[in-house]
Design a protein. Structure first.
Length: 131
């Protein structure tokens, strides 16, 4: 009935069909992974655009001027005068250590705690509104 060559050819056809199905399935999985990555990229690009818009709103000169006037006493901001500009030789030789900066900031915060809003904490700016 069946010759050996017929059985071998049927086995080759079945294995070729199985290999084709496996390759197709792997290609579909890879395509789904690529589409997922493209979706993530679009999401990140939209997030970047949103953050850029938020940054442009937060850095508007009129908003910054209002915040400056609101926190003028806590920040002790003053206009820059020409005498404040110094040369390189006038700068201190030793750079400050991060601990020196932190300790210095904590000391100024303790001195200004009676002036700061919300119980001595720094004002927190979220969404363009100081809290």
């Amino acid at each position: 009935m069946f010759r050996t060559s017929d059985i071998v050819l049927i086995a080759v056809m079945v294995s070729a069909a199985a290999l084709t199905y496996k390759t197709k399935r792997e290609a579909e999985d890879q395509l789904a992974a690529v589409q997922k990555i493209h979706t993530q990229i679009r999401y990140e690009e939209e997030t970047i655009d949103l953050l850029k818009a938020d940054w442009s709103l937060l850095t508007q000169p009129s908003r910054l001027q209002k915040l400056t006037e609101l926190y003028k006493s806590q920040l002790a901001l003053e206009p820059v005068s020409g005498r404040q500009i110094v040369g390189l030789s006038d700068l201190p030789a030793k750079a400050l250590d991060i601990q020196d900066i932190l300790n210095g900031r904590q000391g100024t915060m303790a001195d200004n705690s009676d002036k700061a809003p919300s119980g001595g904490k720094d004002p927190v700016v979220t969404g363009g509104i100081a809290q």
